[in-house]
Design a protein around this ligand. Structure first.
Ligand code: GDP
Length: 362
């Protein structure tokens, strides 16, 4: 059976990895995301980027466009159909997700302010990433604040660095050296990404500016390479459904809906689903699988795109009856023809204690 499954694998079965952004407050996590998401605003082009529920999806074509400053001939290999970036690093449900020990993120960007170095929440993020064994890169952000920095908007980092005067280059090197020492104190071997010869052993530092966009092409290319190199074969392909409730929301015209992150597998309209509810397991049927309109139409309020089918990884809004008592952080399962529904009900409810505990704390 396993052999047959392997043989059946095609490009259509590739799964998009999930990337999370972590780090201390005010290091520029939100700003970096905004900058990556930014499209050709003047032309009103969304470039295939779609804002989703709690996440943003970047398809291969868009990623290619974004790394063009360092890959003008389009030589980058792509074994991933795209990248799902989680939008809400500080989202309350993430406490729930963490308590369940889920590995929602396949890869992470740890943002560090180059002017401040490693701060308290940076250290907490490092601990979390290590516990989950999540590969990560470090965005050494706010390089435009280095004294005398001359910016080349959206440029490749090394070109920008070469354009700086000697004093600025020295300050950069000095701050990088200090950061490397600080990482060493945490037992991590950090190196500038272009000096990194071993992704598995060393953490890559990629200098960025969320204001000027410098280094962002470098950061995206690094993410792509790191996922492709470090993500297990198992996670490269769609397999068993894995889905987590991010938020329970009442939407005009739809009633109570749940926003979920589908981190693995495929889901269909009409699927019978099981999830954890405050008063017991909820068993219901998917009425609609929804995502917001593409970016350029985001202003069209209350209108969603309907999908017959969705593939991981993706952020989706599910409309279904009986979701009022659903709990954020809950795992969601789809009942297949051979599945034991009772068993699934028990399984989703086994999370309840942990979920309620973390709701109490927050
Ligand atoms: P978050 O708390 O990590 O999400 O940080 P924000 O994205 O909200 O940024 C915090 C502050 O730092 C804001 O005032 C941003 O404008 C500023 N900021 C973020 N990135 C950069 C950067 O690359 N350069 C400069 N100069 N300021 C930045």
């Amino acid at each position: 059976k396993h052999q047959a499954a392997l043989a059946a694998r095609s490009k259509d079965d590739l799964r998009s990895p999930i990337c999370c952004i972590m780090g201390h407050v005010d290091t520029g996590k939100t700003k970096l995301l905004d900058k990556i998401r930014q499209t050709n605003v003047q032309e009103g082009e969304a470039g295939g980027i779609t804002q989703q529920i709690g996440a943003t999806y970047f398809p291969e074509d868009t990623l290619r466009q974004k790394i063009a400053p360092i890959d003008p001939e389009g030589k980058q290999d792509f074994n991933i159909p795209g990248l799902l970036v989680i939008d809400t690093p500080g989202h309350e449900s993430f406490t729930n997700l963490r308590t369940r020990g889920s590995s929602l993120c396949n890869i992470a960007i740890l943002v560090v302010d180059i002017m401040h170095g490693l701060e308290q929440q940076t250290l907490e993020s490092i601990r979390l990433l290590r516990d989950k064994k999540t590969p990560f890169i470090v965005a050494l952000n706010k390089i435009d604040r280095l004294y005398g920095w001359q910016s080349t908007p959206d440029g490749a980092f090394r070109k920008s660095l070469a354009n700086q005067n000697r004093a600025t280059q020295n300050e950069f090197q000095d701050r990088v050296d200090k950061t490397i020492v600080a990482f060493a104190e945490q037992g991590l071997n950090a190196v500038l990404y272009y000096d990194n010869k071993n992704f598995a052993k060393n953490v890559s530092l990629v200098p960025t500016s969320a204001h000027t966009g410098e280094g962002i092409p470098d950061m995206l290319q690094l993410l792509i390479n790191l996922t492709q190199e470090r993500m297990s074969e198992k996670l490269m392909y769609l397999s068993e459904l894995e889905c987590t409730v991010l938020e329970v929301k009442v939407i005009e015209g739809l009633g109570t809906t749940i926003d979920v992150i589908l981190s693995n597998g495929v889901m269909y309209e009409g699927d019978k689903i099981v999830l954890c509810g405050l008063n017991g397991p909820i068993v219901t049927q998917v009425r609609a699988l929804l995502t917001p309109q593409p970016l350029k139409e985001m202003r069209v309020k209350g209108s969603y795109v309907h999908h017959k089918m969705v593939k991981a990884a993706l952020g989706v809004k599910i409309s279904a009856p009986d979701l009022e008592k659903a709990i954020s952080g809950s795992r969601l399962m789809v009942v297949g023809p051979d599945d034991d529904e009772e068993e699934m009900m028990e399984e989703v409810m086994s999370d309840l204690t942990g979920l309620l505990h973390s709701i109490d704390k927050s």
